[in-house]
Design a protein around this ligand. Structure first.
Ligand code: SME
Length: 165
């Protein structure tokens, strides 16, 4: 495995996703341990885009609750019920959440007051949300449909490698 990711400095976010995807694919498809892969994805996304916070919440067995998984960034909340916050909404609806201003999202959980916008992508298998990817920015309106699409492609790799026979 390569020791570090290779990206063109100053590239657009779209180009960076294009360059990053095969590198994430190679890491994820080369390893069968879920936590190891989530840890490296969080590290690669943070390094590539400098996101304020990027990480995972995984479903608690037998409960409609998420618990903190591998992440990069400041200290985070550990437990999130499916009924609360942006992560909970993604887990409950099984749909990506794109939130331009978290202060206007009912029930948003402010792990950090610096967080201003957020995108959350669920990984769904066997009818259940298995985990969510949460990316937070300290800028308002920092994410677009491009982020939803590209991050969904990355989460599809996780779903294929870890949750599909
Ligand atoms: N803001 C999230 C909680 C997780 S942290 O931002 C890391 C939410 O409302 O679900």
């Amino acid at each position: 495995m390569a020791e570090s990711i290779l990206l063109t400095p100053g590239a657009t976010r779209e180009q960076t996703y294009q360059e990053l995807f095969p590198q994430i694919e190679s890491v994820v498809m080369g390893e069968t341990h879920l936590v190891a892969n989530l840890a490296n994805i969080a590290a690669m996304l943070r390094e590539a885009f400098g996101f304020f916070w990027v990480g995972f919440y995984t479903k608690v067995e037998g409960k409609d609750e998420l618990v903190l998984g591998p992440f990069q960034g400041p200290l985070a909340c550990t437990r999130i019920p499916f009924s609360k916050g942006v992560c909970g909404a993604a887990a409950l609806t099984q749909e990506a959440q794109l939130v331009p201003n978290v202060n206007e999202f009912p029930g948003h959980i402010a792990c950090s007051s610096a967080s201003q916008s957020e995108v959350v992508i669920p990984v769904v298998a066997e009818g259940t949300t298995q985990l969510v990817l949460d990316v937070d920015s300290d800028q308002l309106d920092d994410f677009t449909q491009l982020d939803v699409e590209e991050l969904t492609k990355i989460m599809e790799l996780v779903r294929k490698q870890h949750f599909v026979e």
